[in-house]
Design a protein around this ligand. Structure first.
Ligand code: 3H9
Length: 700
């Protein structure tokens, strides 16, 4: 017999064999686990003293799925199919005992068992869709046979999870165990044996499948819905196809269809991107010189300076997770307005059924308004969120320095000002850090955590943990103008502005971005945000097209006119003949001749300068790793997840191709196209950003 692996152990509880999978952190189905289950179940089946088998897990959760790190590598035997065949065809009952989450291959394992029991807090799901995949070991064929087709679509295409109580109602589990799970599972197994219950195989159950035979409209409706909510993603549609196969094909043929779809997705770039993002999100909280053991400061109370859009949104983030927060404004009217907006936002969420009115009151009770900074004497963390003015920010920090307790973390929400200079207004620059939220702060998941020259390591550790606590994705960046996201955005803006003068229209450029997968293009985005952000009426001299639009009162959606026209009350952009005329006049005035610009050129000229700026950011050590830049673009700027972020995308295109194109543009248009030293180096070595390693920077 092959050597047994120690990630799966077996113990006997008299006539019941108990398999315990112990593969931290999440008991993923690595090759060792698959082999361990296969070997142990084989032994249990052959052991005449064993009457039933219980499969359970040690640690914090039941199996969380296949081991994603093994995807794309040479497959190791035994495959899941082989393991599953052994379990399902066992002549002794096999019972899954679930705690934590049974996800992906974990739920599939539970579904090949003859019975399932769980704790009351257990959850079940097929989240493969979030990795650009479908369940690949029978999930799409077995799940609809128990929970029905509609629920299976929700779970497979939508990635929704069900909790134990619902799972019991749906028939996905047979019992919720009160008290110790293993004891309950063993007792359940004994009952099965005593009552002589059959070896139930989900594959043989067809009632729920029969109910929907011929009802193609269920699938058409689902395709339409997911086509809208998950525009551009391949996996939700493939999940629907696989569930439909469960209805229209035999179980065996359905399995084959599932496998075909799974392999196609696995080989494609979307899943590669989504798997990359899964790990990138988890990587970005790891800071090479700030270990996970770094002591953190306690944050029990937060203070927010400024009750404007950003300040209010930040206060809501705290209240959402039960953190008391004081919010300060300079006068009663502004304070009431800010608090009123928080309340309205919550009430809107409640009206959509996402929270209750009771939650609204509880959260509002956690947000306490004040007109005095003196009230911040007892807070553990301050987040300054006033408008972008260095003198004002320095004044506030000088005051905070006098008022706040010595260990308080002092954060600034600046979107681009020098955090070191802000810190210099205090006598404790080591306590100062940038906490750059993205608008709307209560919705957008990104938090750029900006490390100043003197920021203490425990302040960094505390801020990263705070970011996670308020359910953001914190990414550590260094000080430079615009940090990572806005600095790269500026490069994109430079080219898109140039291209509309050279003959592309705002609507053409926006369409190219939309088709690429962004929720909207830069011009529609500008109109939404307001073209007057950063524009100054008194100093404006019509130097740019944006100046000219603002000068005639076209400030964007709020004035029903910007780059586009808007019908009153509508957010749908309508191409504007007036703007087209203004662009032509402006181009003529500057002697810029217009030409046809292809969609490909738009994409190259928009994305390559961003990618090159990303390389400079890495060279300078402003971002720790390329994947951090990608996380910033996905969660702060709407970069489509299935394209993995600008640096991942650059590797797909090929750095040598990008480098060559930039040289061509440089020769034609000027030195602002000169590629960075890092891009040049990687391109010439035939490498990608994936080969960039910490410490391989050219300069610091
Ligand atoms: C699948 O099952 C396909 C099947 O149909 C079969 C096909 C043949 N593999 O998230 P956390 C790591 S596809 C490898 O921070 P939490 C993770 O990287 C899979 N590693 O913890 C992290 O590592 P590190 C379907 C995994 O408590 C550590 O575990 N399943 C896997 O916040 C802790 O993770 C899924 O998509 C994995 N499957 O959340 C579930 N999962 O410490 C994906 C996690 O080095 N996982 N890691 O940074 C999750 O959703 C969450 O991790 C989970 C725990 C909810 C389980």
């Amino acid at each position: 017999m092959a050597k047994l692996t120690d990630v799966v152990n077996m113990e006997k509880r008299e006539e019941i064999a108990v398999l315990i999978i112990n593969n931290p952190p999440v008991n993923a189905l690595s090759s060792g686990v698959r082999k361990g289950i296969f070997d142990r179940v084989s032994v249990a089946i052959e052991d005449v003293s064993v009457k039933a088998v219980v499969i359970t897990c040690a640690g914090r959760t039941f199996i969380a799925g296949a081991d994603i790190t093994e995807f794309g590598k040479a497959p190791q035997a035994p495959s899941l199919d082989v393991v599953f065949d052994l379990i399902e065809n066992s002549r002794k009952p096999v019972i899954a005992a679930v705690h934590g989450t049974a996800l992906g291959g974990g739920l599939e394992t539970a579904m090949v068992c003859h019975y399932r029991v769980s704790t009351a807090t257990a959850k079940f799901g097929q989240p493969e869709v979030n990795l650009g995949l479908i369940p690949g070991a029978g999930g799409t064929q077995r799940l609809p046979r128990i929970v029905g087709v509609q629920k299976a679509i929700d779970m497979c295409a939508g990635g929704t999870q069900v909790v134990a109580e619902e799972a019991l109602k749906e028939g996905l589990i047979d019992k919720i165990v009160e008290g110790d799970l293993l004891t309950g599972a063993v007792n359940f197994a004994r009952k099965i044996i005593a009552e002589g219950r059959p070896l139930r195989k989900i594959r043989e159950r067809n009632e729920k499948i029969e109910e929907v035979k011929g009802k193609r409209e269920i699938f058409e409706e689902a395709r339409k819905t997911f086509g809208k909510t998950k525009r551009g993603f391949d996996a939700p549609q493939a999940n629907i196809d696989a569930v439909e196969a469960a209805v229209n094909m035999s179980f065996e043929d359905g399995l084959k269809k599932e496998r075909e779809l799974f392999i196609k997705l696995m080989m494609g770039s979307q899943s590669a991107a989504q798997r990359y993002v899964f790990f990138a999100e988890r990587e970005c909280v790891k800071i090479p010189d700030v270990s996970a053991e770094t002591p953190q400061r306690t944050i029990n109370k937060v203070g927010v300076v400024g009750a404007g859009t950003m300040g209010g949104g930040i206060a809501m983030c705290c209240a959402n997770v039960g953190l008391p927060v004081k919010i300060m404004e300079v006068n009663r009217q502004l304070l009431d307005k800010g608090l009123g907006i928080c309340r309205r936002n919550y009430e809107n969420t409640a009206s959509r059924g996402r929270i209750t009115m009771d939650d609204v009151e509880k959260r509002m009770a956690l947000i306490q308004g004040t007109l005095s900074l003196e009230d911040f004497a007892d807070v553990d963390l301050v987040i300054e969120a006033v408008y972008e003015n260095m003198d004002l920010k320095k004044e506030i920090f000088a005051n905070l320095d006098k008022i706040c307790k010595s260990e308080a973390v002092l954060g600034t929400n600046t979107s681009g000002l020098n955090v070191n200079e802000i810190a210099s207004a205090t006598l404790r620059p080591e306590n100062v850090i940038g906490l750059h939220f993205f608008s709307p702060a209560n919705v957008m998941r990104l938090l750029e955590v900006v490390r100043g020259e003197k920021t203490a390591k425990n302040v960094i550790a505390t801020s990263m943990a705070f970011g996670r606590r308020i359910q953001k994705i914190p990414v550590l960046v260094g000080v430079c103008q615009g940090f990572v996201g806005n600095r790269m955005l500026r490069q994109r803006g430079r080219e898109t502005q140039k291209m509309i003068l050279e003959g592309a229209t705002p609507q053409q450029i926006d369409r190219v971005f939309f088709d690429f997968g962004f929720p909207m293009g830069p011009f529609a985005m500008g109109d939404l945000a307001g073209l007057d952000i950063g524009w100054n009426k008194t100093t404006s001299e019509g130097e740019t097209l944006r100046d000219r639009l603002c000068e005639i009162g076209r400030l964007g959606q709020k004035t029903n006119a910007g780059y586009y026209d808007y019908q009153p009350g509508s957010r749908t952009p309508v191409p504007s003949t007036l703007v087209e005329k203004m662009i032509k006049e402006y181009a003529a005035e500057k002697n810029i001749s217009q030409r046809v610009i292809t969609d490909d050129e738009i994409l190259e000229k928009s994305l390559y300068p961003m990618i090159d700026e990303g390389a400079r950011i890495l060279e300078e050590g402003i971002a720790i790793r390329p994947s951090d830049i990608d996380v910033i673009w996905i969660y702060g700027y709407g970069w489509p997840v299935y394209r993995g972020g600008p640096m991942f995308y650059a590797d797909l295109v090929g750095l040598n191709k990008i480098y060559d194109r930039m040289l061509e543009f440089q020769a034609k248009e000027g030195d602002f196209w000169k590629p960075s030293a890092l891009l040049e180096k990687l391109a010439k070595e035939g490498k990608g950003f994936k080969d960039f390693r910490l410490g391989s920077r050219l300069t610091h």
